[in-house]
Design a protein around this ligand. Structure first.
Ligand SMILES: C[S@@+](CC[C@H](N)C(=O)[O-])C[C@H]1O[C@@H](n2cnc3c(N)ncnc32)[C@H](O)[C@@H]1O
Length: 219
């Protein structure tokens, strides 16, 4: 178990995971290789149960086009790409050549190379280079927390009506509750959470899974 929910006990999280669709061999191998090669960064990867939820939500939304901010070694990109309908395309953004080289290897293993495109470079630049039109059915934000408010601003107009915007780490490990915490990343996540909750373009729910997953449906 690489990570657990911030909200429920270790035992209940183990039970929850045992009663959810487990990761397949490709995802398990990816998680193992990531833990071996990047032990200090392994917690960057989405939790297995969150991966399962990303696939389900993408599928439920009948999404065909997706965008992800924060690829790392590819776990969530595989989960989202698998949920896309036939002919689906996922654009994923990251700055690390090293980490995303692992992602490329596992996209190949998962038979998803033809539906995932990686853009290397600061994600804000990538997002701003895309036409400001409703092009995506699903968006997932999971990169540098300082830019969360800007990612929200750039992504909402680019998601179609009826599409989903999903954001990881919206609890910031519980630190969002501590009004005295002036860590810039925590302030940025809190700012985005407040802004999203007041954004009348979406209807949303914050789920206590992993480190908090916000799921917003665009009107
Ligand atoms: C939490 S990890 C993403 C984990 C990934 N979703 C997964 O399931 O494995 C955050 C990623 O954001 C990337 N990142 C950090 N700053 C970035 C930026 N300005 N633009 C794009 N990616 C960035 C990091 O290189 C890292 O791979």
């Amino acid at each position: 178990m690489t990570r657990r929910s911030e909200q429920i006990s270790l035992h209940l999280n183990a039970y929850l995971t045992a009663h959810s669709t487990p990761p397949d061999p490709v995802l398990r191998e990816l998680a193992t290789e990531t833990a071996e090669r990047f032990p200090s960064e392994v917690t960057l990867q989405v939790a297995p149960e969150m991966g399962t939820l990303l696939t389900l939500l993408t599928r439920l939304g009948r999404a065909r086009s997706g965008i992800e901010v924060g690829t790392f070694t590819g776990y969530s990109s595989i989960c989202i790409a698998r949920g896309l309908g036939s002919g689906g395309r996922l654009l994923t953004c990251d700055v690390s050549e090293e980490w995303t080289s692992v992602a490329r290897k596992y996209w190949e293993k998962a038979g998803l190379s033809d539906r995932i495109e990686l853009r290397l470079g600061p994600a804000l630049g990538t997002l701003r280079s895309l036409p400001e039109e409703e092009a995506f059915d699903v968006a997932f934000i999971d990169a540098d927390k300082l830019s969360y408010p800007k990612y929200w601003t750039e992504l909402v107009p680019r998601v179609r009506s009826g599409g989903l915007i999903m954001v990881d780490n919206t609890f910031s490990h519980g630190r969002v509750l501590d009004a005295g915490n002036d860590n810039p990343s925590v302030i940025a996540v809190r700012t985005m959470n407040d802004h999203a909750a007041a954004d009348d373009r979406v209807e949303l729910i914050m789920l206590p899974i992993g480190d908090g997953l916000t799921v917003a449906l665009k009107h």
